[in-house]
Design a binder for this molecule. Structure first.
Ligand SMILES: [Zn+2]
Length: 367
C-alpha cells in the first residue's frame, strides 16, 4: 500500500501554492503604500499610452522610463495590436507608417504580446513595478481570441495586468481590418470579456459611441450595443477609453449627462472611463461651458475617471506630456480628491487589484 501520509499530491501542492500566493498578495504593498521604484510626489500614472505605433516601432522601454522621469509614477505597457500592411501593389516604395497613409489593410500582429512581455522582463524588479503590461494581440472577432489571451498569460506568468487597448468600432480603422470588421454583437467578444471576469484582467476597450459625422439629433450608433455588452460582464473591471469620442466622433448631445446616467446605474458599477488622448482634451477644454460640465462630472464621480496620455510611441518629453499640458485648464477646477484620484489613485486601486487577481489565476493554472 502506498504511504501518502507525508506526500502531497499534485492537487494539494496546487492548493498550497494558491494559499502562498494569496498570502503574498495580501502582504504586498497596498494602494496606500509606495510601490518600490516609484517616487512619491509624481503628477500622474499613465493609464493609456502606446509604446509602439502602427508598424510596431516605437520607444525603447529604457528611454520611456527616462521620459517618465520623476513626473510619472506608473504606466500601462502596450503597443498597438494592428499592423499596417505595406502593400507594394498599392504604395510601391512608399512605406506607410500610419493607417491613414494607405488603402492597404491592417492585420492583427499577435507577436506584440511577446514583444511587450520581453521588454518588461528586460527591466530590474524595481522598474518592472512601475509598469502594468497589457495583452492586445488578439482579434476580438475570433472565437479563439480568449484562447490566445489564456496562452499569453501561461507563457509569460507574472507579467500582465489586463487586456487592451483593443478596438471594436473606431473611425477609419475598423473598416480596414483584414478578416472582417469587429462587432459588439460578436460572441467572440463575450468570450474575451468572460475570461477577463474569470481572471480579473483590467479591460481597456476603445469603442466609438457613434458613427463619424453623425447628425447631433440622431440616436448614437453604438451606445445601446456598448451598454448591453458592459451589462453582460459585471465582474470585469472595464475602462471605456476616451468616453467613446474620437477625432471626428464628437461628444453626443448631452454627453456628460449620458455618462452621469451610466455612473449612477448600479449595472455599470464595474465601468470606468478614461479621458486620454489630446482629441478628448480638445473637447473638454473647448469652452468655459465644456470645462465646467466636465469638471462637475469628474468632481461628482471622482472614483470613475482616469487620466492617460494616449501618446503614440513618444519620442521625447515634449511629445509625451502634450495631453497632460492640454488639460492644464481642467486640473484647478477639480476638487483635491478628484484631481488626485483621476491622475493617480484610481489607477493604483484598479491595477493593484488586477495584479493580485491575475497572479492568483496564473498560480492556479500554471502549466
Ligand atoms: Zn483609443
Amino acid at each position: 500500500m502506498q504511504n501518502t501520509g507525508t506526500m502531497l499530491g499534485p492537487c494539494t501542492w496546487r492548493i498550497a501554492l494558491i494559499l502562498l500566493v494569496s498570502f503574498l498578495a495580501l502582504t504586498s504593498p497596498t494602494s496606500s503604500q509606495v510601490v518600490p521604484g516609484v517616487e512619491s510626489g509624481y503628477e500622474f500614472n499613465d493609464e493609456h499610452v502606446h509604446l509602439t505605433n502602427y508598424i510596431q516601432e516605437g520607444t525603447d522601454i529604457h528611454e520611456f522610463l527616462t521620459i517618465m522621469g520623476t513626473r510619472v509614477g506608473r504606466s500601462v505597457l502596450f503597443g498597438i495590436p494592428l499592423q499596417q500592411q505595406w502593400s507594394y501593389r498599392i504604395s510601391e516604395d512608399d512605406a506607410p507608417t500610419y493607417y491613414l497613409s494607405t488603402d492597404a489593410p491592417l492585420y492583427y500582429y499577435s507577436f506584440t504580446d511577446a514583444f511587450i512581455a520581453m521588454a518588461y522582463k528586460s527591466l530590474p524588479p524595481e522598474q518592472q513595478a512601475r509598469f502594468d503590461p497589457m495583452i492586445t494581440g488578439f482579434n476580438p472577432a475570433d472565437m479563439y481570441a480568449a484562447d490566445h489571451i489564456r496562452r499569453v498569460l501561461r507563457t509569460f506568468p507574472g507579467v500582465f495586468s489586463g487586456i487592451g487597448e483593443f478596438t471594436i468600432h473606431k473611425e477609419f480603422v475598423s473598416s480596414k481590418v483584414a478578416g472582417g470588421i469587429p462587432s459588439l454583437l460578436d460572441p467572440a467578444l463575450d468570450r474575451v470579456l468572460s475570461l477577463a471576469e474569470e481572471v480579473g484582467l483590467v479591460v481597456i476597450i476603445h469603442n466609438d459611441v457613434d458613427v463619424p459625422f453623425a447628425k447631433p439629433e440622431s440616436t448614437p450608433g453604438y451606445l445601446a450595443q456598448m451598454q448591453a455588452v458592459l451589462k453582460r460582464h459585471p465582474a470585469a473591471p472595464i475602462i471605456w477609453a476616451h468616453t467613446g469620442v474620437g477625432r471626428v466622433i464628437r461628444p453626443i448631445l448631452h454627453h456628460t449627462e449620458m455618462l452621469a446616467s451610466m455612473l449612477t446605474d448600479p449595472e455599470f458599477n464595474h465601468v470606468h472611463f478614461d479621458i486620454s488622448w489630446d482629441e478628448v482634451a480638445k473637447y473638454v477644454t473647448a469652452s468655459p461651458e465644456s470645462l465646467k460640465l466636465s469638471a462637475d462630472l469628474f468632481n461628482r464621480f471622482p472614483d470613475r475617471f482616469l487620466f492617460g496620455t494616449d501618446a503614440l510611441a513618444p519620442k521625447n518629453r515634449t511629445a509625451y506630456f502634450d495631453t497632460y499640458n492640454d488639460y492644464a485648464p481642467l486640473w484647478p477646477l477639480l476638487t483635491k480628491e478628484a484631481s488626485v484620484k483621476v491622475r493617480t489613485e484610481n489607477y493604483k486601486r484598479i491595477f493593484d487589484k488586477a495584479r493580485q487577481q491575475v497572479r492568483l489565476w496564473e498560480a492556479a493554472h500554471a502549466r
